[in-house]
Design a protein around this ligand. Structure first.
Ligand SMILES: NC(=O)c1ccc[n+]([C@@H]2O[C@H](COP(=O)([O-])OP(=O)(O)OC[C@H]3O[C@@H](n4cnc5c(N)ncnc54)[C@H](OP(=O)(O)O)[C@@H]3O)[C@@H](O)[C@H]2O)c1
Length: 391
């Protein structure tokens, strides 16, 4: 594939896109082996970002506007892969998915907007034909959960002789850093989903269906994650977890795309452990506040706040004969900004560098089904995210 770049970071003028660019610069350099560029709609703002992150003055900038399909196609033709953080995706994102699917360009985002992802599955055939690997949800939702289940199941296969049909994901600790929380773009996305629900109430059935992303397949009834209860398996009270709605859909899609190695009767739920360590912060995510106001697009937690964050997710697998296997996934920065941006950057490098098209051909994938073990290794090496078995 003869292209100018291996990766373009689109949305680099936004809060998360800029963090992705900073990460790639730190790990791979501006003029090193990895050929990459930053992109957005505003040349002056991009120029400013380039100098603020410390990239050289001749570091490549690519201009494309989501409202101009020709500019998206031109951008897609220049790179092997495009990372996009230009969200809300249901407002700004559809044209780029279409352009990448048509041009055979790998695509990675941090959407988590299941109603929109459901609509984007329409590009599956185009992506298969062009060779484009489309991977949504490469941020906190849903990589730690999707790969966490994948990791646990691989260990179950090795240690128990087969994968397990029941897995519980339990958020054990969540620190967002001092005053940390979500960025302005995440708040805008929450509002975009609410607006979409008001305009089309029928999308509620998509949002509520754990099998919304497995067309033609519906598994068994899943555990009810909508109420708090005392969980004998974890020895803790557990409460509903906000990201479960998207993560469970992604996990079921991984099982579906891999050919149901975890069984067609696989059951999975995600809850927050309410009895975590003091200050474990597992309640509803807060929003980073700028002088008492909600964050605007482009705003988010500071470096110190991001570095003050961390998370710890416990996965418990239960075999049919009652044997239990446990694993954890831990991140060393706040989930929504610091950890998300590094996971997204490393996912793109993994897809273009580690995963051939004979291994993962064109189509609409998940992180676990497209990259699996290779991504686990990259995240541990460069993104501060670890996967471990525990007693
Ligand atoms: N899954 C996760 O874990 C996770 C975590 C964090 C964020 N997110 C999601 O990531 C997205 C970005 O969040 P953020 O806080 O980084 O948002 P942000 O700071 O508002 O950045 C949005 C970016 O989109 C660009 N954009 C907007 N309209 C555009 C258009 N018409 N053409 C081209 N670019 C356009 C903006 O460009 P300008 O600078 O020119 O306006 C900016 O670069 C949101 O959808 C958010 O929900 C997901």
């Amino acid at each position: 594939m003869d292209r100018d770049f291996e990766i373009i970071v689109y949305g680099a003028t936004g809060f998360t896109g800029r963090l992705v660019a900073e990460h790639l610069l730190k790990i791979y350099g501006a003029t090193g082996d990895l050929k990459w560029a930053i992109a957005g709609r505003n040349p002056a703002k991009l120029d400013e970002v380039r100098s603020e992150i410390g990239a050289p003055a001749n570091f490549p900038l690519v201009i494309a506007d989501s409202s101009d399909p020709a500019s998206l196609t031109a951008m897609a033709r220049r790179s092997k892969a495009i990372i996009t953080t230009a969200g809300p995706y249901q407002v700004h994102g559809s044209g780029l998915v279409a352009a990448c699917a048509a041009e055979g360009t790998d695509y990675l985002d941090i959407s988590g907007e299941s109603n929109w992802i459901h609509d984007m599955l329409v590009h599956e055939v185009l992506a298969r034909n062009s060779g484009a690997r489309i991977v949504f949800c490469c941020g906190f939702d849903s990589i730690p959960f999707d790969l966490g289940v994948y990791f646990l199941q691989s260990e179950a296969q090795a240690r128990l002789g087969s994968p397990v049909a029941r897995v519980r994901g339990r958020l054990r600790r969540l620190e967002r850093g001092i005053g940390g929380g979500q960025s302005g773009g995440s708040l805008a996305t929450g509002m975009a989903i609410m607006a979409a629900m008001r305009a089309s109430p029928q999308i509620l059935s998509v949002l509520a269906d754990p099998f919304a992303l497995t067309p033609g397949f519906k598994g068994p009834e899943q555990p009810d994650g909508s109420k708090a209860y005392e969980d004998a398996v974890t020895g803790s009270w557990v409460v509903p977890f906000m990201m479960a709605a998207i993560d469970t859909k992604v996990v079921h899609r991984s099982n579906f795309l891999l050919g149901h190695p975890w069984g067609k009767d696989f059951r999975y739920d995600e809850m927050s452990m309410a009895d975590g360590p003091n200050g474990s912060g597992v309640g509803a995510p807060g929003f980073y506040m700028v002088k008492g106001n909600p964050p605007k697009p482009g705003e988010g937690p500071s470096r110190a706040e991001r570095e003050g964050g961390c998370y710890d997710i416990l996965f418990i697998g239960e075999a049919a004969d009652g044997r239990i296997i446990r694993a954890n996934v831990r991140g060393d920065m706040d989930p929504g900004a610091g950890s998300t941006s590094r996971m997204l950057g490393e996912s793109a490098v993994c897809l273009v560098r580690d995963i051939s098209r004979s291994e993962t051909p064109g189509g609409i994938w998940t992180s676990a089904s497209a990259m699996g073990d290779a991504l686990i290794r990259r995240l541990a090496a460069n993104a501060g995210v670890t996967f471990q078995l525990e007693p």
